[in-house]
Design a protein around this ligand. Structure first.
Ligand code: AQP
Length: 327
């Protein structure tokens, strides 16, 4: 059975891009693959975090994943820091990665530009991400388009390690959706929507009040033309709304564009589709938040299962590297 792995950082409240670009595919993958999903809390540490907030967000994110439809009977769901094998393999992969290739990562450039403090972890974190993936003999990784470069690096590290030390890691494939892979900020549609960006009117949070969601979409930046056309290069705002609507309904953005003559109608249809996508998630989340102990128990079982899968892969890497085993 195909092994699927993916993760999400608790760096802020989950936004629509996370849902449409990645999380909804996690749910559909469950039916046909052996799925492992992880709240990658160690990745959040690459930028300063408030401890109480990080703890609360990590639990909330796990509850949200369950609310979206991650089923613990079908998937292994756990918190990254509960499985210490991730950090050990990360060190091994940091020593496999070249300084120059980490320096080329565009996310590092984006996040370090103008930052007051740039941690060494922000620079090396793609190696931790590679460890997350390679530790589970992963065949396929469902991610949004912004993670394409990191996935490519994970593949390169697996291939390089296998070449140097013999067959150790499965070389993973990225799976990036055709529609919704890069949801853009509603106010600045040339920049991707992000959970840690300070753009409240441009970002739709999965747990936003539903009236506020509709208002944000109706106030989305478009352009001074009037024709509805899917053309991200010249019409980024309108194309973003078409992509969002397409991701919610399963229709092609070009075909959707033909159904509308006016931006106002497109915005209303998009707002309705997003609200109806979010409504059942919010209802289920409200039920789950009343039972934090239930989620904690699911995460404990998940971590135990994840460790049992990760240990043999790490042992394989240690042995092939030539690390002396303990007596
Ligand atoms: N705007 C987006 N459109 C489509 N997919 C997106 N993803 C993120 N933003 C968009 C996908 O969501 C998954 C989880 O993301 P992550 O938590 O690992 O971190 P990220 O990619 O850096 O997402 P954010 O929201 O932008 O977080 P911050 O602001 O903390 O950096 C990934 O599969 C990602 O591709």
């Amino acid at each position: 059975m195909t092994r699927v792995f993916s993760g999400i950082k608790p760096t802020g409240p989950v936004q629509l891009g996370n849902l449409l670009g990645a999380l909804r595919y996690w749910v559909t993958d469950q039916a046909e693959a052996d799925t492992i999903f992880c709240v990658v809390d160690l990745h959040a540490l690459t930028v300063p975090q408030d401890p109480a907030e990080l703890r609360a967000r990590t639990l909330e994110l796990a509850q949200l994943l369950l609310a979206i439809g991650i089923d613990p009977a079908q998937s292994t769901l756990f918190i990254q820091s509960h499985v210490p094998e991730h950090t050990e393999l990360s060190w091994i992969l940091e020593c496999t990665a070249a300084f120059g290739e980490l320096r080329r990562m565009t996310q590092f450039k984006d996040k370090s530009d103008n930052a007051d403090f740039v941690s060494a972890g922000l620079f090396t974190y793609p190696a931790l991400m590679a460890a997350d993936i390679l530790l589970y003999d992963t065949d396929r990784v469902p991610v949004g388009d912004d993670q394409r470069q990191h996935l490519e690096l994970s593949r390169d590290l697996a291939i390089r390690f296998n070449h140097r030390y013999g067959d150790t890691f499965v070389v993973p494939e990225a799976s990036i959706p055709k529609i919704g892979a890069r949801v853009m900020d509603l106010q600045e549609p040339t920049r991707k929507m992000s959970k840690s960006e300070d753009s409240p009117q441009g970002t739709i949070l999965v747990l936003d009040d539903l009236d506020a969601v509709a208002k944000k979409i109706k106030r989305a930046v478009t352009d001074t033309e009037t024709d509805v056309r899917f053309d991200p290069a010249t019409k980024p705002g309108v194309s973003n709304l078409l992509s969002i609507l397409g991701a919610c309904t399963g229709d092609d953005p070009h075909a959707i564009a033909e159904r509308f003559d006016r931006y106002g109608d497109l915005k209303s249809a998009c707002a309705e589709a997003v609200v109806e996508t979010l409504r059942p998630i919010q209802q289920r989340f409200a039920e789950l938040s009343a039972d934090p102990a239930g989620t904690a128990a699911i995460l404990a079982t998940g971590a135990e299962k994840a460790r049992s899968l990760a240990r043999p892969v790490l042992e394989r890497a240690r042995a092939n590297l030539g690390l002396l085993p303990p007596a």
